[in-house]
Design a protein around this ligand. Structure first.
Ligand SMILES: [Zn+2]
Length: 676
């Protein structure tokens, strides 16, 4: 059917623009629409589904184990070196065998996972890991989900102009390259994993490896992996090429991404060294991590003449960038207060060059780390940079002979928040982080106020990040209660605020005064007190005064309140700033009583677990709804769970529910339950 064909071509074209050229022409939503259309057409006409249809990228079921596959030609590793002198030596050896007409290609070495792809009759039939070089693992289903990998070889003209139908169908082509993830996609992925309370990846390489070895291709499909070709195995029926750079060009012609754009061809080994130097700093500009460069003799006939050693080709070598480490001196150790109140010690360093960037600060993570490292102010230390994160201190380097000069100073842990000067606390004895829990600490006020106004808390529409940020930086607001004393004129001082918007916000703030005590308790952002605990506290104590008078014993008696929470509640109300805040809120006319009035409870005693992203609710919004209707939202799946609500890209909880036979429902089905 004409429609299906043209849709497939359009989708392939946009995949190519997005993943290979990084120049998308349409939005994600428009792209999803095209996919949806194609899916629907194929559903009606299943006989028209072809193996290279974009809908076939994620079609496989989860696998138990990956099959082993033997590589047609072993995947050798390259000799590598950190030393420019060794590159020169290698150049001399090559020159001995090939005295004339020598050319080198120099291309970035992506820090990813080596894989090999086989196209049979132009169709992608096999994707495998490198394994031990002789045998790898069959990960075809996962490879297919990578959108920069064409499911069928196509000519560039076809990608550019969807009216041309041509497929190089007689070709067998085995290409090798790296599966990787862009630096920004890596950060996004970790952010998402963090929001689902799942384990984070240490670096982009680990993220690519972990995503590629998922037993469920659906998960791999959500990971934004990419692929880049750098070499080949068996080839037959393809256009002939005589050099490595011609090979890369041919790949591009077939729609396979390569490093061609960043590959340079030079005729002297000295020029290779210049490129090595240049890339050491320019690597930062690339969207992906590279750990070095690969230098190859360009001409295939010359490669053949040079041949192989037992382990690796003689015609190629990889140059690894010097480790991102440097030695410098600690000038001072300062303490920063993060938005969650956590105190982080940071070392101020004598500026030092590290892999092309000047470093003047390094994190010490927490006070225990300072002890562990035995770092003193004035010490000489080894620092290391990994990826985009701020550098860290690896160890103290004893100066020759004498360990220290005697002028070094011990860092002493502060007992006050460096910003607001209020006492700091440790939530639990075993925890390493010290926090400032003062809600009016300017370092935390901003985040705290956004939370205070959020839908699940005081529900003040219009008081979001932008408004809060300005109110605090312009010093119009210095605690939560201040917002109840604002006049319209105060808002008109803010950017993007006009008469109507200001009036609406004033009204929204005034309306929030009637929220029940449970909402207010949650809004205050007491450590460890979530929505559910806030409700319990409000129901038990009924007024904020009674809660403020509660002793540790009073709190501990309550079944749902553990010792950690009891402790945080006491600490919070003991702060002088809290007392003042509550007084101000009362004066502003806030409701400080719990309204004990319950609606129907259709979800009574039912336990719910949420996984994945919901469309119509925030996670906490959905949980609040369950609670309101008598149900019990929990965070982990067990056989006592009644329902697991699965949103898009559900996590490990989904798998667990399946294993335990717990009922899994969609967001739509969940909404139906609420309406019952
Ligand atoms: Zn503070």
């Amino acid at each position: 059917m004409k429609n299906i064909d043209s849709l497939k071509k359009q989708i392939r074209h946009h995949d190519y623009l997005y993943y290979v050229l990084a120049q998308p022409e349409i939005s994600d939503t428009e792209y999803d629409k095209l996919m949806k259309q194609l899916e629907e057409l194929e559903k009606k006409n299943p006989e028209l589904i072809t193996p290279d249809s974009p809908t076939q990228r994620v079609s496989g079921q989860a696998v138990k184990d990956f099959k082993t596959v033997k590589h047609s030609v072993p995947m050798l590793s390259l000799d590598n070196t950190y030393s420019a002198d060794e590159i020169l030596e290698w150049g001399k050896r090559v020159k001995k065998s090939i005295p004339d007409d020598l050319e080198y290609t120099v291309e970035p070495k992506i820090d990813g996972v080596s894989c090999t792809l086989t196209y049979n009759k132009g169709l992608l039939t096999l994707g495998a890991t490198r394994g031990d070089g002789e045998n790898g693992e069959d990960i075809t289903l996962n490879i297919k989900t990578i959108r920069s990998i064409p499911l069928a070889l196509v000519s560039l003209r076809q990608l550019a102009d969807s009216s041309i139908v041509h497929r190089p169908s007689s070709i067998v082509l085995e290409v090798r390259g790296e599966v990787y993830i862009d630096k920004t996609d890596f950060q996004e992925l970790n952010k998402k994993l963090a929001s689902l309370s799942e384990k984070l990846f240490a670096n982009p390489r680990n993220a690519a490896a972990g995503s590629l070895r998922q037993k469920n291709p659906k998960i791999t499909g959500t990971r934004k992996l990419r692929f880049i070709v750098h070499s080949y195995g068996t080839i037959s029926g393809a256009e002939k090429f005589k050099t490595h750079s011609e090979f890369l060009k041919l790949c591009e012609k077939y729609g396979l991404p390569t490093t061609l754009k960043n590959t340079k061809t030079v005729n002297k080994i000295e020029k290779v060294l210049e490129l090595c130097k240049k890339w050491e700093t320019e690597r930062e500009k690339l969207p992906y991590e590279i750990d070095g460069l690969v230098i190859k003799v360009n001409r295939l006939d010359q490669q053949q003449k040079l041949g192989f050693t037992m382990k690796s080709p003689r015609w190629a070598i990889s140059y690894k960038f010097p480790a991102k480490q440097a030695t410098t001196k600690i000038k001072n150790i300062i303490v920063q207060v993060g938005r969650t109140g956590i105190l982080t010690p940071v070392a101020e360093l004598e500026p030092v060059e590290c892999a092309g960037v000047t470093i003047s600060r390094a994190t010490l993570h927490n006070f225990d780390e300072i002890q562990r490292l035995g770092v003193k102010i004035g010490d000489t230390v080894l620092i290391e940079r990994a990826g985009e994160v701020i550098p860290k201190i690896i160890k103290v380097i004893p100066l020759s002979g004498t360990k220290r000069t005697g002028t070094e100073k011990k860092f002493s842990i502060p007992d006050k928040c460096p910003v607001c000067k209020q006492p700091i606390v440790k939530e639990k004895e075993e925890e390493v982080a010290w926090r400032c829990i003062n809600t009016v600490c300017p370092a935390q006020l901003e985040r705290g106020l956004v939370h205070f106004a959020s839908r699940e808390a005081m529900d003040i529409e219009g008081l979001g990040d932008a408004a809060v940020e300005q109110l605090i930086s312009k010093k119009i607001v210095s605690d939560f209660a201040d917002i109840y004393y604002l006049k319209k004129d105060d808002f008109l001082k803010l950017e993007l605020f006009k008469e109507k918007k200001a009036q609406n916000l004033i009204t929204a703030i005034a309306n929030s005064k009637t929220r029940p005590l449970s909402r207010l308790l949650y809004a205050l952002g007491i450590r460890n007190v979530g929505e559910k605990a806030a409700i319990t506290l409000a129901e038990k104590f009924l007024t904020i005064d009674k809660l403020m008078d509660a002793t540790y014993e009073d709190l501990e008696k309550i079944f749902e309140i553990g010792p950690v929470m009891a402790d945080s509640i006491l600490k919070f109300f003991k702060l002088p700033a809290t007392g003042k805040l509550i007084e101000k809120l009362k004066k502003a006319g806030l409701n400080i009583k719990e309204n004990v009035k319950k609606g129907p409870q259709p979800l009574k005693d039912k336990t719910f677990v949420f996984t994945g992203e919901l469309k119509q609710f925030t996670r906490s919004g959905a949980e609040a709804k369950v609670r309101e209707l008598g149900g019990n939202p929990t965070s982990s799946v067990s056989k006592n769970t009644d329902f697991v609500v699965a949103g898009t890209s559900p996590g490990s909880k989904y798998e667990k529910a399946k294993k335990l036979g717990v009922k899994i429902i969609s967001e739509q089905e969940f909404i139906k339950l609420l309406l019952k």
